[in-house]
Design a protein. Sequence first.
Length: 285
Amino acid sequence: MKYMSGKELRRRYLDFFVKNGHLELPSASLIPKDDPSLLMIGAGMAPFKAYFTGKMTPPRTRITTSQRCVRTGDIENVGRTARHHTYFEMLGNFSFGDYFKYDAIKWAWEFLTGELELPKDKLWATIYPDDDEAYKIWTTETDINPEHIVKLEDNFWEIGTGPCGPDSEIFIDLGEERGCGSPTCGVGCDCDRYLEIWNLVFTQYDRTEDGKYNPLVHKNIDTGCGLERLASVLQNKPSNFETDLMFPIIEYASKVANKEYGKDKETDISLKVIADHARSISFMV
Ligand code: GLY
């Protein structure tokens, strides 16, 4: 695993998927277009809902982006965990009726272990319990430790109404010292030991306003890989806030407020909240 700046990581991801036939598009605005179910764009797939459902034709059936996102569901955790913020960039590769689980899983593994050289023995994958196809691909097309594949009931992803489906998430074990120490701590635990770095969504349903899940005309891929989270791994930082994507704001705020970072827990939380909210507000404006 080698050090990589946030900027380099973003570029490496997009280039990898361009090399694999994807069209790179710029981030869409944070303000959703024609989607009354969302106040803000909170995922890389959100601007592309009409491509998934077939209502609109995409410029290409494979697209890759680094999408600016605002998610407020975790706002109370900001600054208190290593990984939550309201503003983040979501790296994503999307297939609109083109490739499906096989390539999505294979490419994710290739990017993480080949391009980024993440240690294979530290990686885990979760799948939806009855997704035998994903299990088979993970065990035959990658060299993940089969004991590191976990079936989780809540592996189903959706945001507002529209395209959604079962997913397969990739985690990295950051070590016991980052964990909560509970005997039941494992993948899916809320503590900071097992960090979810990538979510591969097998988008095959269209959720209606009255909660029905109608099958989509074609199967799709939507993935979400948190830029700041992955940067924290590659930069070997204790949290996303210490990465080069966020730390300069903390340094600036700490100078302005005349408060030293790293001395007092409550001060650190405040500085992290300022860094996060400053990014959110800037991009919302
Ligand atoms: N769209 C997948 C994710 O945001 O996790």
